[in-house]
Ligand binder design. Sequence first.
Ligand code: NAP
Length: 251
Amino acid sequence: MSLFDLSGRFAIITGANTGIGQAIAIGLAEAGADIVGVGRSSMTDTRRQVASVGRRFLAITTDLSQTRKSAQVVEEALALGATPDILVNNAGIVRRADALDFSEEDWDAVLDTNLKSAFFLSQAFAKAAIAKGSSAKIINIASLLSFQGGIRVPSYTASKSGLAGLTKLLANEWADRGINVNAIAPGYVETNNTEALRADAERSADILKRIPAGRWARPGDMVGAAVFLAASASDYVHGTILPVDGGWLAR
Ligand code: NAP
């Protein structure tokens, strides 16, 4: 079996309808995995693209800001016939305001979706994998703000720094249970998440100037790292946060 072959594996991916989550769903399907898309919006386009490479696509509709529902996602996925092989915690939101004005609502919304939900989904997934006695992979979608402070996004920075810490903690606890927990830290990617940044000509030009690769990332740029961290190629990789940032952090 090839180091990067995902045939016979199921990948559960949150936020699979668009952006990075959609690209990863299609990329893992191209590597052979069947896909469980989890989200609150229609995933018709992702379903079509996964089917076009000959893989199954199962959809679970849920709002991941309701953190109690996160654990149910795994139950539902198993009931639909999936196996707990790969989990990609991708769904995330950002709220922008000066720290002096930042509201509790914007704090809670981001922490619940980006961090709390990812933890309880990972916990339910790990329990299912351990019960089945099979190896599994968890990939968290972190951020450059897992390493840096950022500006005007206090809850986002807290959530992504927290997700990096959690990635390492879960790796420490679960590595010897056959579960690899790692993260991808995307650089600046052209998705809905960065629409406001890209609409601000000055901010957008400042960002571009600092990227050694000379361009923003496209969602598809995240696929190679995702396939690697989902496949047996990364069996001895635990607790790492892999930047895919066009060189931003090297600057
Ligand atoms: P995106 O296009 O806005 O995608 C975010 C995804 O999360 C969408 O599928 C969205 O669904 C889903 N989602 C948000 N809240 C949800 C909820 N309560 N319940 C269910 N699904 C929910 O942005 P993206 O850039 O691809 O973001 C994906 C991940 O990458 C996020 O964790 C983000 O923080 C991270 N990231 C992005 C960048 C970047 O530059 N774009 C950089 C670093 C990290 P809807 O379509 O229904 O809103």
